[in-house]
Write a protein that binds this ligand. Structure first.
Ligand code: CU
Length: 307
């Protein structure tokens, strides 16, 4: 069964060969430039749509695949336009001042030092703006911290330099997940992100993730799910996500944790419930007779694991 999703997106139609004999060459050049700009933006839109992993030339967030990331994306867009409007407003004010109130245009400056209505406005308007930001911000914070009743719990332990995942309510098996070196990558597997054993979860189910560190502080982060939480030795942090789309979603350790910090990616495969149950059955057998436990042994020799 191949669950790997293709991430390449076909580029759509272009107005190729659109040459209009035009009496206004300047205007047609302008529209050609606008067209090219539009095409560039459209391709950038393709780049924005990277699901589960970064894409070349991506400048926005990764596409959301959970309700929390949906909220984060919307909040991010809202803040972007709000700050753009504020920056433009200040820019316009500055331009007016530069043009109308310079030494030449306005040789006798006003001596006014107070203007009560204006002072009230410039105090109240920022308060309103901050309140407008605070309300969705707190709503987002609560939905991140309020874990709904979970359908499944997975414990992720950060180790130097890989992750182990255990499924306490599904047989309590545990396995290690190591990055696949570049030379062993199969087609479609992203460099520095693909792992040998992915964490597997069912689609549209609330997954409660317990996160801890075995040696130093790591951080469990998956952008498409909008989760990032520190993996701290001796402490059990938790977060949650509900994947709304099947596919593979990648993340990385996001706390500097040593020399191979960049080489301990996180890969979460989201599958249908029946595929998940099949995987659980296989995983119980596979990881019960776990000869890959050597990874854990290595980590435990280096630094004793914290339970
Ligand atoms: Cu780490």
């Amino acid at each position: 069964m191949s669950w790997l999703r293709g991430t390449g997106a076909a580029k759509t139609g272009r107005d190729r060969g659109r040459s209009e004999p035009n009496a206004m060459p300047g205007l047609s050049r302008l529209s050609a430039t606008a067209l090219i700009f539009g095409i560039l933006l459209a391709s950038a839109g393709v780049a924005f749509a990277g699901l589960g992993q970064p894409t070349p030339w991506q400048i926005g967030l990764q596409a959301p695949a959970s309700p929390v990331m949906d909220q984060i994306s919307r909040f991010n867009t809202f803040l972007f336009w709000l700050t753009t409007a504020i920056a433009l407003f200040v820019l316009i004010l500055l331009a007016i001042i530069i043009v109308r109130f310079n030494g030449r245009a306005n040789p006798t400056p006003s001596r006014t030092t107070h203007n009560t209505p204006l002072e009230i406005i410039w105090t109240i308007v920022p308060v309103i703006i901050l309140a407008t930001i605070a309300v969705p911000s707190f709503r987002l914070l609560f939905s991140q911290l309020d874990v709904p009743h979970p359908d499944l719990t997975v414990k992720a332990t950060g180790k130097q330099w890989f992750w182990t995942y255990s499924y306490p309510d599904n047989g309590n098996f545990e396995f290690s997940s190591l990055m696949i070196p570049e030379k062993d990558l199969k087609p479609g597997q992203p460099r520095l992100l693909a792992v040998d054993n992915e964490m597997v979860v069912p689609v549209n189910k609330v997954v409660h993730v317990l996160v801890t560190g075995a040696d130093v502080i790591h951080s469990f982060a998956v952008p498409s799910f909008g989760i990032r939480i520190d993996a701290i030795p001796g402490r059990m942090n938790d977060t949650w996500f509900k994947a709304t789309t099947e596919g593979v979603f990648y993340g990385q350790c996001s706390e500097l944790c040593g020399k191979d910090h960049s080489f301990m990616p996180i890969a979460i495969r989201v599958v249908s419930e029946s595929d998940f149950n099949k995987w659980i059955d296989d995983a119980k057998k596979k990881y019960a007779t776990d000869d890959s436990a050597a990874h854990d042994a290595v980590a435990q020799v280096r630094t004793p694991a914290v339970q």
